[in-house]
Design a protein around this ligand. Sequence first.
Ligand SMILES: Cc1cc2nc3c(=O)[nH]c(=O)nc-3n(C[C@H](O)[C@H](O)[C@H](O)COP(=O)(O)OP(=O)(O)OC[C@H]3O[C@@H](n4cnc5c(N)ncnc54)[C@H](O)[C@@H]3O)c2cc1C
Length: 373
Amino acid sequence: MPKAIPPETIVVIGAGVIGLSAALLLQSTLLPSQRIVIIARNLPHTESINYASPWAGGHYRPVPGTTAQLKQESQWARHTYQTFERIAAEDISAGVQFMRGIEHFESPSPEYVDVALDVNSSVYAHLSPSFRRISQKELADEQVKLGITYWTYCVNTPVYLGWLLRKFLLGGGVVKEYTLASIDEAFALGASDGGGVVKAVVNCSGMGFNDEKSFIIRGQTCLVRNPISYTLTRQGADGTWSFAIPRPLMGGTVIGGTKQPGDWNPHARAEIRETLLRNASKWFPFEGGEGGEFDVIRDIVGRRPAREGGLRVEIERVDVVAPDTMHGQKKEGKSVVHAYGLGGRGVELSWGVAEEVKALMLREGLIAERAAL
Ligand SMILES: Cc1cc2nc3c(=O)[nH]c(=O)nc-3n(C[C@H](O)[C@H](O)[C@H](O)COP(=O)(O)OP(=O)(O)OC[C@H]3O[C@@H](n4cnc5c(N)ncnc54)[C@H](O)[C@@H]3O)c2cc1C
């Protein structure tokens, strides 16, 4: 009789857009003896200010720049764009919809001006057939010094997270709702219920565990019923942002928004809502005419999980207490794959980061590419 292969588990910590995307992608590499367990404090359709993904606008807006980090992010963003193209074409119920994106700049920084001059060597290159600079005449607003437009997508994030989770469960994934005190705990918990050995833990916890570089960026937006047919972002000369992001499948429109590093206030501020709506009624062409009246569904306050120096995507070897030890004296080396600190770009980088996680794990022999038949 052939020898039975002992079971193996890969644990993914987190059920935000990063954890769910990574878990779903890794699922496609599993052998029959392997399983993936998601362990998360928050799951889709639960609400917590510290669970960023359901609060995301979530539209895609390329970010030009010359740093190695931004160049890497633009590759992940391109990959995510392509994946969302496929998802939107295959299944409307995912809550991903492509539409026109417009950006207005009152005082554009040089990177944006350069882009408008030479799109093909920029982070907008993959959008190039749809990309164009908007003429000053069309803009009809003296305060706006640069306008660009391109084909992009918006995601109804609460719907999309539910869709990802459903796919993961239908593919045989296991989910445990649990708040971990440490990464070590994930190795023990993942092995329970006949999970065998935990081969690796993928840390998609948003902020990481005791990472001194992690910090939050508070975001306040307002969800309204008023429809708008495209997504529009305006960067003010004073550094503020205004945006309107339609939520596909008639989920309303997100009007935003603030970026407040280190602001832990969990409550919506009335004066912020007032400013956001006043600016939106001035600048954004909502359907249903003039008047500036908004039908407010709710205020949104969320914390973007940011990190000094940018997101962390890497493998770390850690020593954890072996399961067969009485006094904790025996330790064994294990692999943790970190993928957290996405700040304000988690949705638009999600599939690129998930691919990076998979590539790192393949390189380390933690998973194997499934042989094609
Ligand atoms: C107002 C607002 C607007 C935004 N707009 C956009 C946008 O337009 N486009 C865009 O790309 N991004 C946007 N973002 C950013 C985006 O939401 C984040 O980058 C993204 O959600 C991060 O995903 P994540 O999976 O890393 O983290 P999260 O969604 O926070 O998920 C972390 C997961 O880890 C779990 N977890 C954490 N600690 C533990 C623990 N100790 N034990 C067990 N589980 C744990 C949590 O419960 C959760 O399941 C916006 C964010 C906000 C707040």
